[in-house]
Design a protein around this ligand. Structure first.
Ligand code: NAD
Ligand code: WQD
Length: 336
């Protein structure tokens, strides 16, 4: 089987390519390198003993996609390519709609032309906005609060409409909660450019001395310690979820949305304590005002993933902390 992985040199994509290789699958990556580097391909090869085929192209380039589908015998697509910074999406909405929504539209058009009808899409818990209930199941109301989230929802809807129009299509939209950590080799991991927006890379950069201290955004939420609660999931568990989802394509299944989370919520202060304990390091922090747009708590009801594809998260918080620090301490400047 050959799998086309869009955005495969990125954080989650690279971890997924390693897992696909471990299953003996052939991987073709298409990425425009807007947020990743080709050195990732060397690292993937070191880990899995196999080098994925790499094509530098933008998913909005229909000709480039058509050429890939005609050159390779592709069975399914895993679609990671996209821009992912919430704040940036508020400031530059058209760029986000173009890259994410138009990019996905072009990809689906090329797939339709090539009669490749199986796709796994990187969706996000952000489609639940301020969640209707906790834990969040897939039937919770979908109500986004920023252009990035709206992009994800529109792409899901586009894929759902396609499945309604033609029963050959099979779509698995995986709604990720908060991916963290890195491959246990310390060879691949998250390499944010500039000041990290997300909690985990900020913590590891404070630990390595790149940043002075962490700002804890709010300690007056309606949570046991007042700081925000999220469902952090190890990126390798997430990657394995994609391999499991591929097995659903044995028959046409229409549109499926599936949460990928652990079902456990941890607060920002619990994350700091856990990182300090596991890695025997101190994380200086200050309590800062709430970050605009943040919610108090967000964690998954992950049972559907187990029911429909036999997947559940295996790695706990300590492993996430250990692997995140292993990657950061081995690569203080990321892939540079
Ligand atoms: P990432 O930025 O590391 O990877 C995305 C990759 O896509 C990058 O290599 C980038 O160069 C590429 N890309 C972007 N636009 C492209 C285009 N138009 N054509 C070709 N390549 C393009 O991000 P990630 O954290 O690995 O996220 C992967 C996917 O998962 C994204 O769609 C993201 O929205 C989604 N997601 C991420 C998180 C998270 O917290 N990391 C959570 C939920 C969902
Ligand atoms: C986690 C918690 C912060 C940084 C975002 C996107 C979401 C998804 C994942 C793609 C919150 C707190 C953070 C810091 C802090 N991406 N925090 N100090 O906000 O749950 O989700 O990334 O789909 O769409 O919105 O993740 O890691 O930014 O924050 O106190 O320096 O850590 O307030 O409670 P979030 P996060």
């Amino acid at each position: 089987m050959a799998i086309l992985v869009t955005g495969g040199t990125g954080y989650i994509g690279s971890h997924t390519v390693v897992e696909l290789h471990q299953q003996g699958l052939e991987v073709i990556i298409v990425d425009n390198l807007s947020n990743s580097k080709t050195v990732v391909l060397d690292k993937i090869e070191t880990i899995s003993g196999k080098r994925p085929i790499f094509i530098e192209a933008d998913i909005r380039d229909s000709q480039a996609l058509d050429d890939i589908f005609s050159e390779y015998n592709i069975d399914a697509v895993i679609h990671f390519a996209g821009l992912k910074a919430v704040g940036e999406s508020v400031a530059q909405p058209l760029r986000y709609y173009d890259n994410n929504v138009v990019g996905s539209l072009r990809l689906l058009e090329s797939m339709a032309k090539a009669k490749v009808h199986n796709i796994i899409f990187s969706s996000s818990a952000t489609v639940y906005g301020s969640p209707e209930r906790l834990p969040i199941d897939e039937d919770c109301a979908l109500r986004t609060t920023n252009p990035y989230g709206t992009n994800k929802l529109q792409i899901e809807q586009m894929m759902g409409d396609l499945c309604t129009s033609d029963q050959n299509w099979s779509v698995v939209a995986l709604r990720y909660f908060n991916p963290v950590g890195a491959h246990s080799s310390g060879l691949i991991g998250e390499d944010p450019s500039g000041i990290p927006n997300n909690l985990m890379p900020f913590i590891t950069q404070v630990a390595s001395g790149l940043r002075e201290q962490l700002s804890v955004f709010g300690n007056d939420y309606d949570t046991p310690d007042g700081s925000g609660i999220r469902d952090y999931i190890h990126v390798v568990d997430l990657a394995i979820g994609h391999v499991k989802a591929l097995a659903m394509f044995k028959q046409s299944i229409g549109f499926n949305a599936i949460n990928l989370g652990t079902g456990n919520g941890y607060s920002v202060l619990e994350m700091v304590e856990s990182f300090e304990r596991v890695n025997q390091l101190k994380i200086p922090y200050q309590i800062s005002p709430r970050r605009p747009g943040d919610i108090a708590s967000c964690y998954a009801q992950p049972d559907k993933a187990y029911a429909v594809m036999g997947w559940q998260a295996e790695k706990g918080l300590d492993q996430m902390m250990k692997d995140a620090w292993h990657w950061q301490s081995k690569n203080p400047k990321g892939y540079q």
